[in-house]
Each structure stands twice: as structure tokens, then as C-alpha cells.
Write a protein that binds this ligand. Structure first.
Ligand SMILES: NC(=O)c1ccc[n+]([C@@H]2O[C@H](COP(=O)([O-])OP(=O)(O)OC[C@H]3O[C@@H](n4cnc5c(N)ncnc54)[C@H](OP(=O)(O)O)[C@@H]3O)[C@@H](O)[C@H]2O)c1
Length: 208
């Protein structure tokens, strides 16, 4: 699959490595331009190219948005419209600035990513600390394999994302719809950054 990744920091570069490592073609972008990403791209084994955000979005059959939440207004919305978009972003007011609608709970950051992009958004990879995502992939059935919660409103899109998660060495667990399900794995929730097996994560999500 061709995968665009907007954001080349801790999560973006880790996902670029994982996806390229299992044979996907990846285009990765940051805010400063592709020339600042040549070393990253060259250092990853596999098909990884440095791109602008616009080109990464155009390149991807699926596009990962993994930038500070406060910057989602910069995303290339026209190109992301109707694509499967993985949103890893978390809202941290001290970093991102205050968002009244998130503070009063009337909506969620992933629903705002959907509104900003028009994409078919699946919330994933937001609740795992990046070093665990980098280091703790395990084969299916391994007792140490960690689970990753996902949420979204389109079953097909969720199935694609779940498959990617399995293929890179983690177990996806469906938390439900983008709004209600997404709230269950956003910062401050009982599963956020918890290191859990699929069974443990499912059980904890049921109790939220
Ligand atoms: N770190 C974690 O453990 C973790 C875990 C789960 C989820 N998250 C969430 O996932 C997102 C990414 O986290 P991170 O830790 O990977 O962040 P990070 O290391 O700070 O990297 C952020 C990346 O986003 C890029 N960026 C910023 N604004 C952009 C824009 N307008 N267009 C394109 N690229 C832009 C930055 O590019 P420049 O450097 O060129 O500005 C940088 O490559 C955040 O929302 C974070 O809260 C983080």
C-alpha cells in the first residue's frame, strides 16, 4: 500500500520505519520541507521518500496525520478529503493552545481532525507511548504482545487500520465510534499509555 505520513517526529518516523519494514511504500513530511528529511528517509530500510505534506497526502492511499493537534488547521484538506486518515494526535492545551469545544467536552480532537480534513478518520496510535511503539512489536500470539485501541465510524477503514497494526506487531482493539469510542482512549482515560494485552485492553474499555 502507498502510505503518506504527515509529521516526521517520534510517532511519524517510527511508523515510517514499521510500514516500510513490512514492504509498504511511504512518503513522509514535516513542516520544514523534504530537504530536512533526506537523512531520515535514507536511514530507513525500504521504500521511503521525503515529501511535502501536500505530496505525502496525495501519495497515500492511506494517510497518517501525526502532528501537534494545534497545527491541524495547516493540513492539506482538499487532498485528504474522503481518504482513510489515521489520526494519532492528542490535545495538550499547554502545547496546542486552548480549544473551548474540547475543554467543555462537546466534541473530540479526532472529530475535529475529521472536520478539518474531510477524511475518513480512524483514531489509532494515539494511546501508546512512542518508545513502546518503536520497541515492543511482537509476533501474533506472543504473550508480551501489546494492544492498540482504535476507533472510527467506517468499519472498512477500521479493518484496514487494524490489519496494519497486526502486521507491524501489535493487536488492534476496537473501542467503537470516533466520538464515543475515541473518548475512551484519549489523554486522561484509563487506557491512555497503559501497557495492556488485547484481553486486558478490551476488558478495560468495557468498563469505561
Ligand atoms: N510522543 C508520543 O509518545 C506520542 C504518542 C501518541 C500520540 N502522540 C501524538 O501524536 C502527534 C505527534 O507526536 P510526536 O511525539 O511524534 O511529535 P513530535 O516528535 O513533536 O513531531 C511532530 C512532527 O509534526 C511535524 N509538523 C508540525 N506541524 C506540521 C505541519 N503543519 N505540517 C506538517 N508537519 C508538521 C513536525 O515537523 P517540524 O519538526 O518540521 O516542525 C514534526 O515532524 C501529537 O499530536 C502527539 O500528541 C505522541
Amino acid at each position: 500500500m502507498r502510505i503518506g505520513i504527515i509529521g516526521a517526529g517520534k510517532i511519524g518516523s517510527t511508523l515510517a520505519r514499521h510500514f516500510a519494514g513490512i514492504g509498504h511504500e511511504v512518503a513522509v513530511a514535516n513542516s520544514r520541507g523534504p530537504e530536512t528529511l533526506e537523512d531520515l528517509a535514507a536511514g530507513i530500510h525500504g521504500l521511503v521518500e521525503a515529501a511535502t505534506a501536500q505530496d505525502a497526502a496525495r501519495f497515500g492511499e492511506l494517510v497518517v496525520v501525526t502532528i501537534p493537534y494545534g497545527h491541524i488547521g495547516d493540513l492539506p484538506d482538499a487532498v485528504l478529503r474522503d481518504k482513510v486518515v489515521i489520526d494519532t494526535c492528542n490535545y495538550y492545551p499547554e502545547r496546542d493552545g486552548r480549544d473551548g469545544e474540547l475543554d467543555d467536552g462537546s466534541t473530540t480532537s479526532s472529530e475535529k481532525v475529521r472536520a478539518a480534513t474531510g477524511g475518513n478518520v480512524v483514531k489509532a496510535f494515539n494511546a501508546m507511548y512512542w518508545e513502546n511503539l518503536r520497541d515492543r512489536a511482537r509476533p501474533a500470539g506472543d504473550p508480551e504482545r501489546l494492544a492498540i485501541p482504535i476507533s472510527g465510524d467506517d468499519e472498512e477503514a477500521k479493518a484496514v487500520v487494524a490489519g496494519l497494526i497486526r502486521d507491524i506487531g501489535f493487536d488492534p482493539v476496537d473501542a467503537g465510534h470516533l466520538g464515543g469510542g475515541g473518548r475512551k482512549h484519549q489523554p486522561g482515560s484509563d487506557v491512555y499509555t497503559a501497557e495492556l494485552s488485547a484481553e486486558q485492553l478490551s476488558e478495560r474499555l468495557r468498563r469505561i
